[in-house]
Design a protein around this ligand. Structure first.
Ligand code: GLP
Length: 265
């Protein structure tokens, strides 16, 4: 895992946006896996700013979001579809027909959404770069602790902790969904490359367990230790519980030196 510890959440946002920009420069028709939540908000703002002042384009890109609540309409302001429109899609030149969330369309059996979504991802050639946040309990997407490490896109029951963490977005508890459809852990692991963002001290324990703990379904993000190409972007607070923090910083210094040497040779 490439563990990059940055000064603050703004630097995490800048580095995350740069990774997406670099990919789109190399591969304009890239397939991006996107995340919602508080963490990527600043990264999306950076991306929109970069889009507005450069020639970058999303016209040929495709996106697949990690998850969506079950039981609220796409037009509901609390849906992840609305979040994506508001925070990114409405401000860039992406084709709406190329944007995907695991939404249960009217009349569709919720149990059919997962296999359909998996097929849609496959039909687009798989995900080039998957962006992830992390829950305080180590969840990725809505793969809560005890999720099968081999799971695919499916309906998932949220933990009480996750419901409490997201309670502020809903007017009343009765309107807050308890179920979601999320990419599975195996679906996420199929991505060619993964970018995990974590900011704030409340993520420090989940980050420590996921990076330095054993691989376990109790901390779903720990499965990322088994992926060949993962970059973890952390601010100082999210990195604060890491035992080998100094080593990770040293690795990044060495990497910079090596790249400079290669460039000058
Ligand atoms: C949410 C989402 C995840 C997100 C995580 C952390 O509930 N389903 O995709 O990464 O929990 O959210 P936040 O970034 O708001 O802390």
């Amino acid at each position: 895992m490439d563990i990059v510890i940055l000064k603050d959440s703004e630097q995490v946002a800048v580095a995350g946006a740069r990774a997406l920009q670099d990919l789109l420069t190399k591969k304009p028709d890239a397939v991006l896996g996107l995340a919602t939540g508080r963490t990527p908000l600043a990264m999306y703002r950076q991306l929109v700013a970069a889009y507005e002042k450069s020639s970058m384009s999303f016209r040929d890109a495709t996106t697949f979001n990690l998850d969506e609540y079950l039981g609220i309409k796409p037009a509901d302001p609390q849906s992840y579809r609305s979040y994506m429109q508001r925070e990114l899609f409405d401000d860039i030149d992406i084709e709406m027909s190329n944007t995907h969330l695991p939404e249960c369309v009217a009349g569709e059996n919720p149990l059919d959404v997962g296999p359909r979504y998996e097929e849609e991802i496959r039909a687009r050639g798989g995900i080039d770069l998957q962006v992830l946040g992390i829950g305080q309990n180590g969840h990725i997407g809505f793969n809560e602790p005890s999720s099968s490490l081999s799971s695919r896109t499916r309906v998932k029951t949220l933990t009480r902790e996750t419901i409490a963490n997201n309670r502020e977005y809903f007017d009343d508890a009765a309107s807050q969904p308890q179920l979601a459809i999320t990419m599975g852990i195996a679906t996420i692991m199929d991505a060619n490359e993964i970018l995990l963002l974590a900011t704030g001290a409340e993520k420090a324990e989940a980050v420590r367990q996921s990076i330095e703990g054993p691989v376990s379904s109790m901390w779903p993000a720990s499965i990322l230790q088994m992926h060949e190409r993962v970059t973890v972007l952390l601010d100082e607070s999210a990195a604060s519980a890491l035992e080998k923090r100094d080593y990770y910083n040293w690795v990044q210094d060495q990497k910079r030196l090596l790249l400079a040497q290669i460039e000058n040779s």
